[in-house]
Design a protein. Structure first.
Length: 147
């Protein structure tokens, strides 16, 4: 006849704690009683000198003007960053704020995720819009600087 062994790792054995529950440093750190040895990072801030280029896009008409848009609604205009690696775009990294163009929501979607446009078409639409936007943006920033 088989008898149950006292080994807790075997099936049917009773599980009993061999050590007492005591407070560890980790549990005190999570409770906020002991400072953590890891440095907490603050939120990444974008420099305002660069941000003024993106803010200049507010209140402007759509400059991308991709054909097929239901309307280039001025209410949905946002700053559209370049998707070109030459302008600083990378995986998980936006291009600089200087490389922005005002575009309506539909055109912004077409530039970023538009599968119906080729890469060259998206680049051409963005470059054309940027060439038209830079003089207008420069004039707008000069007027705001005078005020």
């Amino acid at each position: 006849m088989l008898t149950r062994s006292k080994n807790p790792m075997r099936r049917g054995g009773s599980l009993q704690r061999r050590t007492t529950l005591r407070s560890t440093t980790w549990s005190r750190q999570t409770a906020g009683l002991v400072p953590s040895p890891f440095k907490k990072k603050g939120k990444k801030r974008r420099p305002m000198a660069e941000r003024r280029f993106a803010l200049a896009c507010r209140g402007e008409p759509c400059y991308l003007l991709i054909p097929g848009a239901p309307s280039h609604d001025k209410d949905t205009v946002v700053d559209c960053h370049s998707n070109q690696q030459a302008h600083g775009k990378g995986m998980g990294i936006k291009a600089d704020d200087e490389k922005t163009v005002p575009g309506c929501g539909w055109c912004h979607h077409a530039i970023d995720q538009g599968n119906w446009l080729t890469k060259e078409q998206r680049r051409d639409y963005w470059d054309d819009a940027y060439a038209r936007w830079v003089p207008a943006r420069t004039a707008k920033l000069a007027r705001e600087g005078e005020s």
